[in-house]
Design a protein around this ligand. Structure first.
Ligand code: SER
Length: 542
């Protein structure tokens, strides 16, 4: 086969090495010291400080193939998976960088040479379409005069709002950080099936960003003292073009992965959308767990949990009635041989975490799907109300994003704004709930184990609902739970209280939205029972 994925990656790096760039290893997938990012979402992340602090390194040219996750934060493609075949939650981004060295002209010329020269990718020159930021006259001139792209194939993209920097051709890393106008390179890839709904044969393959500002917040853009180049080309996308296959899922690595998944799940229809989703999701799940993220109800762990649950539902759609997801780790390992991480070392851990998470979720999933299906049958005007979606979550613990996804597949409308409104109100109610401290009499002090442990087992010694002692609570109940021991840090002296879950072996999940203290010694876990029944004396994992 021409241009296997590993060859595409190597050719890209070699091309830029030839042009004086230093090949640098992928930066970490989980940003180490950058609170503004949930995951590494672009090749330039590892160079952010060079850009904003003007710390120019000795070697002013670099090239990388960066592992990226786009499943949360500003660049989030999770909702595209299953609806397009060109986005991924995990992918590799090829890039070249200039740190105060060359700028627009060379960046554009390098890109053009790699894409079209017969020594390199040798793509047909007349199949390109270029977009540029409307006020970037310099780039326009380079594309038109130096590269000789006909003006009809150069699209000027203006700002979407009155904010001149609010444009699809003004790239931003996040809500703050390095940013600048960009020029995107599209290729007319006929016979593609990149989108299940759109009839668009042009595929964006490369984004050339001209980093010129440090964004402080929405309205403040500080010009940098040097201009920088940051480019990004999705390895899977360019491979689909070079292999002349209709979608990312048809390139050699994905094809092999999908074929093994189909074999494990005994599915004969290889182009089934659910198989594509599973092949995408197992990659990001395995990489996240490899990077020590575990499923939880907040932050990165929550994104992981969401992806796992979405994957498991796809298995259900393919007829899987038993725990299956962990079995996809082996084919993932087999198709990731050329990744620089020693993935195999953590194979057992990845499998175990996926297995446990599916075990916890399978009952909620099966029951929840039936409930959503019933609501769809009862729906009026092909619509399910926001209240119903939230009710299904509060009562049965069935995730809101899965209900929305099932509705989307069935062409059922859901009022997402309403859902957000209700959730916001619920959180405010929960946090503001008045705690009557006179009810906590005759309760033993809680042993705090949180300095040593993030997780710990414990026993429920008291439950309060609306300031009244209870023996049992039910799904949807908001309550205060007291344990004999807890790893949850309680709100004090300006430090916020911990959030997390209390989980029992039978699948019960109590979501802790805040932790407070009574008389400095009794820890109060405030929250809502998502799933199952919670009773006094029950053993839980906190
Ligand atoms: N940072 C740009 C992007 O992610 C180019 O690499 O598209």
């Amino acid at each position: 086969m021409k241009y296997e994925v590993s060859e595409v990656r190597q050719t890209f790096l070699d091309f830029f090495k030839n042009k004086g760039h230093k090949i640098i290893k992928s930066g970490p997938l989980i940003p180490q010291e950058d609170q503004s990012l949930l995951f590494t979402n672009a090749g330039m992340n590892q160079f952010k400080n060079i850009f904003i602090k003007n710390n120019i390194p000795i070697n002013k040219r670099a090239t990388t193939s960066q592992y990226c996750i786009r499943a949360g934060g500003k660049h989030n493609d999770l909702d595209n998976i299953g609806y397009t075949t060109k986005h991924h939650t995990f992918f590799e981004m090829l890039g070249n960088f200039s740190f105060g060295d060359y700028f627009k002209e060379e960046a554009i010329q390098f890109a053009w040479e790699l894409l079209t020269h017969k020594k390199w990718f040798n793509l047909s020159k007349n199949k390109f379409l270029i977009t540029i930021y409307k006020y970037d006259y310099e780039s326009y001139k380079i594309w038109k005069e130096k590269i000789q792209i006909p003006p009809k194939n150069i699209i000027l993209v203006k700002n979407k709002t009155t904010n001149i920097y609010d444009s699809d051709n003004f790239w931003k890393m996040g809500n703050t950080g390095p940013c600048g106008p960009c020029s995107e390179i599209f290729y007319n890839h006929k016979n593609n099936s990149y989108s299940h709904n759109q009839n668009n044969t042009y595929l964006e393959i490369w984004n050339l960003v001209f980093i010129q500002y440090n964004q402080k917040n929405n309205n403040i853009y500080i010009p940098l003292s040097h201009p920088y180049i940051d480019t990004g080309m999705g390895l899977e996308r360019i491979s689909s073009v070079l292999q002349n296959v209709p979608s990312n899922y048809d390139i050699d690595t994905f094809k092999a992965l999908i074929s093994s998944i189909a074999q494990i799940l005994k599915i004969s229809k290889k182009n089934h959308t659910s198989l594509q989703i599973l092949s995408d999701h197992i990659r990001s799940c395995a990489f996240l767990i490899y990077n020590n993220i575990t499923p939880s109800n907040e932050g990165r762990g929550y994104v992981l949990r969401k992806i796992i649950r979405r994957a498991i539902r796809q298995g259900y759609k393919l007829g899987q009635k038993n725990i299956f997801y962990y079995k996809l780790v082996q084919p993932f390992m087999d198709t990731m041989q050329d990744i620089t991480y020693p993935l195999k070392q953590k194979q057992k851990k990845i499998e175990e975490i996926l297995r446990q998470e599916e075990e916890k979720f399978i009952y909620i999933l099966h029951r929840g799907i039936n409930i959503v299906q019933k609501e769809i049958q009862k729906s009026i005007n092909n619509t399910i109300t926001g209240e119903t979606v939230v009710y299904i979550y509060d009562t049965y613990g069935f995730p809101i994003d899965l209900t929305i996804d099932i509705c989307k597949e069935n062409n059922i409308k859901v009022d997402i704004k309403k859902i957000q409104e209700i959730q916001k109100k619920n959180t405010i109610n929960l946090t503001n709930k008045k705690i009557q401290h006179n009810v906590y009499i005759n309760i033993k002090p809680t042993k705090f184990v949180g300095y040593k442990h993030q997780k710990h087992s414990g026993k429920i010694i008291a439950i309060f609902k609306e300031n009244k002692k209870q023996n049992t609570i039910y799904p949807g109940d908001t309550a205060i739970i007291i344990l004999n021991k807890t790893p949850f840090y309680a709100e004090s002296g300006g430090q916020i209280g911990d959030t997390g879950t209390l989980e029992a072996q039978n699948g019960t999940i109590f979501q802790v939205t805040n932790t407070k203290k009574h008389q400095k010694k009794i820890f109060l876990h405030l929250g809502i029972l998502n799933h199952g029944i919670l009773s006094i004396n029950m053993k839980i994992h906190a």
